[in-house]
Design a protein around this ligand. Structure first.
Ligand code: NDP
Ligand code: OXD
Length: 315
């Protein structure tokens, strides 16, 4: 039995980590498959289309990504158990990213950066955290961790998920019927949704116009969008238009419709936009190796797998 590592980046690092943890393991790096019939487990990130289908004894796919939209979009993906990466290391990094960017915009840092560049000493009024309503779209592993981090500062938290939830300290809404009310009560919208047929393009101009722009947090100049889910959730041009029309005050975007973000995108230079290159929560090779081996051994021993993807719901 062998483990195949089929990753468009960091494959050598993952191989070094799994070999360090299990020196006897037969670990191969695509495209060097050897005898393909030996391979029972594949650790993957953006594998070439059709590669997994060519492995006759493949019994388990472990996704390096927490998001599996890319894999599920491959019509040749074999119908074997698919587990996605969930780990405290990645979860902690995402909670940091969301807290960092909520604080950055709530405390009007992009404006202070501009004033500093011009050596202007100017007071700007700021809301207190307990006056700001943060809406979390997606209340899964990462959304709940972000809520936990934001609670420390006292933000007023709302959340939206597919199925109803009850969470301590988070006013929860669910499903399309409760979306508009959730948006109307969100001053800062932080998005940690998976990309599925239901969520594609959800962050469009119509949705952005429904965000709160009044009320207790009038000290925030306007609504803020933070997206660290997937670029396919958003319409980049609508975000630019909403910023230009002052329907949005600011945005932090880690993901884009096209990645890398094209040089021509106006998002790069917008003074109220923070662009990061899809690294809100980089996953550590050591954590991935530990996780992949745990899933592989569980599968070989007929034990339960963690974080199985439900292909019908798409995440
Ligand atoms: P989970 O599967 O744990 O959570 C997904 C959440 O989204 C759940 O609360 C789910 O609702 C909700 N959801 C899904 N579909 C809908 C819908 N149609 N309407 C409303 N809510 C919906 O995922 P994670 O928290 O682990 O990860 C979320 C995403 O973050 C990943 O899919 C990936 O795309 C992205 N990601 C980005 C990274 C980066 O570096 N930028 C790093 C890691 C992940 P319910 O609770 O009802 O199931
Ligand atoms: C992921 C990612 O899905 O890094 O894990 O985007």
């Amino acid at each position: 039995m062998a483990l195949l590592i089929a990753c468009s980046s960091r494959a050598e690092q993952f191989a070094a980590e799994v070999r360090a943890l299990d020196p006897g393991l037969d670990a191969r790096i695509a495209p060097d498959l050897g005898r393909s019939g030996d391979i029972d487990t594949a650790l993957v990130w953006q594998p070439p289309a059709g590669l997994l289908r060519s492995l006759p004894n493949l019994g388990l796919i472990v996704s390096v990504g927490a998001g599996v939209d890319g894999l599920l979009g491959d019509p040749t993906l074999p119908d074997v158990p698919l587990t996605r990466f969930v780990d405290p290391d990645l979860t902690g990094r995402m909670a940091e990213y969301i807290a960092l960017n909520v604080l950055y915009h709530h405390r009007r840092m992009s404006e202070f950066r501009e004033l500093q560049a011009r050596k202007v000493w100017r007071y700007l009024p700021e809301a207190a955290a307990h006056e700001v309503r943060v809406g979390l779209m997606g209340l899964g592993v990462l959304g709940m961790a972000a809520a936990g981090a934001l609670k420390t500062f006292g933000y007023r938290l709302r959340g939206w998920s597919r199925r109803p939830k009850v969470l301590d300290g988070v006013a929860c809404a669910s499903g399309p019927a409760e979306l508009d009310a959730f948006l109307a009560e969100s001053d800062i919208l932080a998005v940690l949704l998976p990309l599925t047929p239901e969520t594609r393009g959800i962050l469009n101009r119509g949705l952005l116009r429904k965000l709160s722009r009044s009320g207790r947090s009038a000290l925030l100049p306007g609504p803020v969008l933070i997206n660290a889910g997937r670029g396919g959730l958003q319409v980049d041009a609508d975000i630019v238009a909403a910023l230009e029309a002052s329907e949005l005050y600011a945005a932090s975007l880690d993901v884009f419709e096209t990645e890398p973000l094209p040089a021509a995108s106006p998002l790069w230079a917008h003074p109220r936009v923070v662009v990061t290159p899809h690294n809100a929560a980089e996953s550590s090779p050591a954590a991935i190796a530990r996780y992949a081996l745990r899933q592989m051994h569980a599968h070989r021993n007929g034990e339960a797998l963690e974080n199985l993807v439900d292909r019908t719901r798409g995440y």
